[in-house]
Design a binder for this molecule. Structure first.
Ligand code: BES
Ligand code: ZN
Length: 659
């Protein structure tokens, strides 16, 4: 590492807190610490150079090792798991899974004696192996423990690879990868519900395994439930399977990373969209959901037309209760979807395009570590926009591009330089906290830029080959750069230089050559909005009748800083925005209501915050509320009621807002 890099790294470590923001006093203290540390660093460094000794890790941060997974204890260079057989007993009374996990492994090095697995909050009951018909115990012990990573489980390997490692274990009711819902938290109100969310590093809280995206395994599972409910998984799901015996079998014959192992249990029904696609949901939402997402088959076909055959057989959607902390999760064959995108007019279905796109970018070609997340999310955001263009048209694609670009800019203004890079340094950080719009929208902008430079035909051909070349592999940012260089840059010389690409990936900010999205539809909104604010148009004269959700979002998102309360009243009286059933429009309306102190909306905002647990929709509201004492008090009271309904990921984030 160069001297300058070391100083920079040191500086960023000292000056930046986890959240990227610190107060002035703290900053001064840190400045002093910084210069003090700098002196020590200089003295220490010259001493090291003179003695020609390797530099000490505890003083100088080590250079990041490309391809190393800093979020797993697993010794994947020595031994890898190739297949997992799960026997899961679901106990809704204890809120616990009693598991029996068979791990089949492959040695990468003949000498290796132990396998190190990842766990978090698991009770290990028994570890054994089987040869022939005989079971014999395996020696095991607890290894390193870490607040972010959980605890290593160290097991002596059996002699032969034919002998599986069999682990009997129990999950904790507070397992971070599971949410146990009471009947009141479901839409039917009669039955409990359970779902998993394994990305990024939560699979280890419900299955002991090598919890690293570097490792791919096939899996099979038997799930037994102490209720008459249905289980579904990121595997083959049979709509005809009976719920009579509360027992279900699954098989996933394609090798996937651990973060894509997924399970849900509830009162679920199936409704087909096409021969290979359908919706799983509670009975009271299934009709609405099937209508809303009826274009799913068209989206699959659009994806296939771009980048080749859909590789996973069936593609179903599982509609979760509203506490699901994400918009969607790309579990293979079965994307998990928030019900908050069911707007009634199909206006928020780009989310489906996104999760579907992951069937290529992410699920076929996977990020090797969380540093490389942009390979998953940036490619997917680009691909999502191409599907949207094919299915919903260019104007929707462009409007969404502008909206995303605006949020990217707003967020980047608050982010440290370190977090503005595509290849992220997440060492010592929880990957869940570190995800911003950067890997998504900056990643997508880089691909838009490459597309514009090489032209669609060449770029599409390149991306299709990229997916084919790396299918069922986990790759690093550098693998991508190398492949890009050989297969696109060098083939069409003088179009794009490798250093321009590296600037996108390894530097903060957005390069000047980026394509900035625009759309005339929004320019019209700008004009109308200005006319209204200058009293040249009355609120009734705003031609909103045919406005799309995206036009509404843009209009509301771009209100001036100085905005009178009477304007809020005008808008609400005319358009009833406080009662909007569109979760995205309601979100922005509530945000404005907090900013401009429009109390009328607070009642509905309270209901919204209690019902919905999707982080993207609620966290910004809590943050905005926390800015004044009065609102903060109100928000705390709402949170006191809402908290128990949220997923632990949302709880952790919002706890931080108040502390
Ligand atoms: N894979 C992500 C969700 C995720 C990312 C979970 C990182 C855990 C860690 C999913 O595909 C996603 O990006 N969801 C977005 C949807 C979107 C950008 C359309 C979401 O949930 O907001
Ligand atoms: Zn995604």
């Amino acid at each position: 590492m160069g001297y300058f890099d070391q100083i920079q790294l040191f500086r960023s470590r000292l000056l930046l807190s986890r959240s990227g923001t610190i107060n002035l006093k703290e900053r001064n203290m840190r400045q002093i610490q910084f210069y003090f540390a700098l002196i020590i660093l200089v003295v220490f460094n010259s001493a090291c150079t003179q003695a020609k000794k390797p530099q000490h890790n505890s003083v100088l941060q080590e250079k990041i090792i490309i391809g190393k997974d800093y979020h797993s204890f697993a010794n994947t260079d020595e031994v890898v798991v190739t297949h997992v057989t799960l026997n899961l007993d679901i106990d809704f009374d204890e809120q616990s899974i009693h598991g029996n996990n068979w791990l089949f492994f492959q040695r990468k090095n003949d000498q290796v004696k132990q396998i190190i697995l990842d766990t978090r909050d698991l009770t290990i009951l028994n570890v054994k192996t089987k040869s022939g018909e005989e079971f014999t115990p395996l020696t095991w012990s607890w290894g390193q423990k870490d607040k972010l990573l959980g605890q290593a489980l160290v097991i002596e390997l059996p002699e032969s690879e034919k002998q599986p490692i069999i682990i009997e274990y129990k999950t904790s009711p507070s397992a971070t990868g599971l949410q146990w819902l009471t009947p009141e938290q479901t839409s039917g109100k009669k039955h409990p519900f359970l779902y998993s969310q394994s990305e990024a590093i939560h699979a280890r809280s419900w299955i002991p395994l090598q919890d690293s995206p570097k490792v791919r395994q096939t899996y099979s599972a038997k799930v037994k439930i102490n209720r008459k409910l249905r289980a579904v998984m990121s595997a083959n799901n049979d709509p005809k399977a009976t719920t009579k015996f509360s027992s279900f079998s699954f098989n996933m014959p394609q090798a996937i990373p651990s973060y894509l192992i997924a399970l849900a249990v509830g009162n679920l029904e199936y409704s087909a969209i096409s021969h290979r696609s359908g919706v799983w949901a509670e009975p009271s939402v299934i009709t609405k959901a099937t209508q809303e997402f009826e274009d799913t088959e068209k989206m699959i076909q659009a994806g296939e037309a771009l980048y080749g055959k859909y590789a996973w057989g069936t593609y179903d959607l599982l509609i979760l209760p509203p506490s699901f902390p994400f918009g969607g999760m790309e579990n293979p064959r079965l994307s998990f979807i928030t019900p908050t995108v069911i707007a009634g007019d199909k206006s928020l279905v780009s989310l489906i395009a996104h999760e579907l796109a992951h069937s290529w970018s992410g699920n076929l070609v996977t990020n090797a570590s969380w540093r490389d997340l942009w390979l998953n999310e940036g490619f997917t955001t680009y691909f999502e926009s191409r599907i949207t263009e094919a299915v919903k048209g260019l104007s929707v694609k462009n409007m969404e591009a502008v909206l995303s670009y605006q949020s990217l800019l707003a967020e980047m203004a608050e982010l440290s330089e370190k977090d503005q890079k595509l290849a992220l340094d997440l060492r010592g950080q929880d990957p869940d906290d570190a995800f911003t719009n950067v890997p998504y929208d900056k990643g997508r902008m880089m691909l838009d830029w490459l597309e514009s430079k090489f032209g669609r035909t060449r770029f599409d051909y390149f991306v299709k080959n990229y997916f084919n070349h790396f299918a069922f592999q986990s790759i690093t940012t550098e693998d991508f750069v190398d492949y890009l260089d050989k297969n696109l840059l060098q083939k069409h010389p003088k179009t794009v230089s490798i250093s321009e690409v590296k600037q996108w990936i390894y530097q903060a900010g957005i390069p000047n050559s980026a394509i900035i999205p625009t759309t005339d539809l929004f320019k019209k909104i700008d004009i109308l909005s200005a006319q209204w604010l200058n009293n040249r148009l009355s609120v009734q004269q705003l031609p909103t009748k045919n406005w799309s959700t995206q036009e509404w979002l843009y209009f509301l998102n771009n209100m001036p800083k100085k905005f009178k309360l009477s304007r809020m009243q005008e808008l609400d009286k005319t358009f009833n925005l406080s009662n909007s059933h569109n979760s995205e429009i309601a979100h922005i309306w509530f945000l404005l209501s907090i900013k401009y102190n429009y109390q009328v909306a607070f009642n509905n905002m309270q209901k919204y915050l209690i019902k919905i647990g999707r982080r993207k929709l609620i966290v910004p509201l809590y943050k905005e509320l926390a800015k004044t004492n009065k609102n903060k008090q109100w928000a705390k009271e709402v949170y006191q009621i809402a908290r128990r309904g949220y997923h632990s990921l949302a709880q952790v984030t919002i706890d931080q807002v108040f502390n």
